[in-house]
Design a protein around this ligand. Sequence first.
Ligand code: SAM
Length: 228
Amino acid sequence: MSKLILVPTPIGNLKDITLRSIEVLESVDIVFSEDTRVTGKLLAHLNIKKPLKAYHAHNEHQSLEYFLDLIKQNSSAALVSDAGTPGISDPGFLLVRACIERNISVETLPGPTAFVPALLQSGLPCDKFFFEGFLPHKKGRIKRLEWLKSIEQTFVLYESPHRINKCVDQIMDVFGPNHQMSISRELTKLHEETIRGTIEEVQQILSERSKLKGEIVVVVDGRIPVVS
Ligand code: SAM
C-alpha cells in the first residue's frame, strides 16, 4: 500500500537529523521537496540518491492530483521542507489532507522544528501556548496581535530579520512595555542567540544593535503582567 511520510530535516545543525529520518530517506522511492537544491545538498551529505520532485507553495494547490498520483504509483514518498517539519509554516497540510481523504496512509516522523527550542529557550510558561507562525506580512498585523493579547497565553511567532524591529514595535504598541518576551535567532547554528526581557527591554536592546540577521522566532508571555 502507498504511503506518504513527512520527514523533518535540520533547522541548522545537520547533526539534528534523526536516525529514523535517514532510514526513511534511504528507503522511500521518491522525495517531494520544497527546494530540490536544498534537499539535494542534504541527501548528498547523507550519501543518499533519490528522485526529487519540487513540492512548494507555488504548486501545492494546482498539482495536488499529480502528487497524489505519484504517491499511488510508488510504494512510498517522503515529504521534506527546506528546514524543520513539513507543514509547520511550510507546505504539507494540503497533501496530508488529500491523502487522508483518499485512504492513502500518512506517517509523520518527529524531529526538528524551530518553535519548540525557541519556546523552551524563552523561559516563558509553556504548559499551554499558541503557535501563530507568521503574522500577515502587510495588513492585519495589529488586529492579529490584538487577538493574541486577548488569549492571555504564551504565543510564538515566526519572523523575518527584515521585519523584526517593526514586529517588536507593533508588539509594544499592542501589549505595552511590561510583558516578558524573547527573540531566538539562528537556533542550532554557530551564532545562536536568545534575547530575553520585557518588551521595553528587548526593544531597547534591538535599538542599540545592528540589524538582527538570520532566522528568528519571537515568543511573548501574553498573560497580564504583575507590575510591582
Ligand atoms: N518548517 C519550519 C519549522 O518546522 O520550524 C518552519 C519554516 S518557516 C518557512 C521558516 C521560519 O522558521 C523562519 O522564518 C524562522 O522564523 C523559523 N526558523 C527556521 N529555522 C530557524 C532557526 N534555525 N532559528 C530560528 N528560527 C528559525
